[in-house]
Design a protein around this ligand. Structure first.
Ligand SMILES: Nc1ncnc2c1ncn2[C@@H]1O[C@H](COP(=O)(O)OP(=O)(O)O)[C@@H](O)[C@H]1O
Ligand SMILES: [Mg+2]
Length: 297
């Protein structure tokens, strides 16, 4: 199957994200991961071969592994079943194969459940300014990218436009209610801890990640994508050293190349050269291999 940059299914569009196209099918959603890639918050003109499949299948792998900790929105990731259940014409089956999941439509809880095991990104920034993140006090003198003694739950708002903002736990409880808030925190930390240990044994550090939860008939389900390189910071364990920023496992070639051409980070982004696309595709495939122990062909 070739590269998919855009999808045009004969269904109602629910949302077009930077990377995924989401459609409605009654009380279900069809989430299609395209091969689009973004860098510095801008979608690039190139597609990355296998990226959509890798993202979708890594997510699907974790949903399955974590279902003993938390129930999730997945109905099926099997393309034959997807087209039957969502009543999609057969001609779309090939395109959907490996890159899509049919899920239960929920009412998303309006917070992002971020868990951090290492000091990076906005967490590092906040720590340097205040010595704490989301009101959680951390030891003094920590270095950039250092492992935090215990993974911390640092929720943020879910902004439709602009950047999500870190909020204190109490604020999150106000937004979603105390009972749901406690559950979100507990589940998020449990999933992250399990995934972090699992991935680290396989050479990938998941420095931090973001979960989303949704409600349906009183159940709280894990939704969206989980523990993918798009929703998390993946670092390679071999190259890890605290005291500096770390290379991104998947996007480093893209970022380095974009920096090298002095692009001003405003759209439109320049077209990536073939070798950068190829090396990036290989990184995604490697992430898939390391995490699942399987190869994708
Ligand atoms: N099971 C679900 N029920 C309802 N909404 C969902 C479900 N799974 C994912 N979503 C929503 O679908 C949207 C997917 O958009 P996304 O691809 O993440 O776009 P963006 O690039 O803006 O992050 C998100 O708003 C997410 O909350
Ligand atoms: Mg998103």
């Amino acid at each position: 199957m070739g590269i998919v940059l855009e999808t045009k299914l004969p269904m109602k569009k629910f949302k077009k994200g930077k990377v995924r196209d989401v459609y409605e099918a009654g009380n279900m959603l069809l989430i299609v991961a395209t091969d689009r890639i973004s860098a510095f918050d801008v979608v690039l003109p190139n597609g990355i071969p296998f990226k959509g499949s890798v993202l979708n299948m890594i997510s699907s792998f974790w949903f399955d592994l974590m279902k003993k900790i938390v129930p999730n929105h997945i109905i099926t990731t099997e393309s034959t079943e997807i087209i039957t259940k969502a009543d999609i014409p057969k001609e779309y089956e090939d395109m959907l194969k490996n890159r899509s999941m049919l899920v239960r439509k929920t009412k998303p809880l309006p917070v992002e459940c971020v868990v951090r095991g290492y000091l990076a990104g906005s967490g590092w920034k906040e720590y340097r300014e205040k010595g704490s993140i989301c009101g959680i006090k951390l030891p003094e003198g920590m270095k950039q990218s250092q492992r935090i003694p215990f993974p911390i739950f640092t929720p943020s708002t879910k902004a439709d436009t602009g950047h999500d903002q870190n909020i204190a736990e109490e604020k999150m409880m106000e937004i979603v209610g105390e009972k749901a808030g406690r559950e979100l925190k507990e589940k998020s930390l449990k999933i992250y801890e399990a995934a972090c240990d699992y991935a680290e044994e396989r050479g990938i550090i998941i420095a931090d990640t973001k979960f989303e939860f949704g409600k349906t008939n009183g159940d709280v389900l894990l939704i969206d994508e989980v523990l993918t390189p798009d929703s998390s910071r993946f670092w390679s364990k071999e190259g890890y050293a605290p005291g500096r920023s770390q290379d991104s496992f998947d996007k480093q070639f893209v970022r380095d190349w974009l920096e090298s051409v002095n692009w001003n980070k405003q759209p439109p982004a320049p077209r990536l050269p073939d070798d950068v696309v190829k090396k990036t595709s290989e990184k995604y495939l490697e992430a898939y291999r390391r995490i699942t122990g399987r190869t994708l062909s």
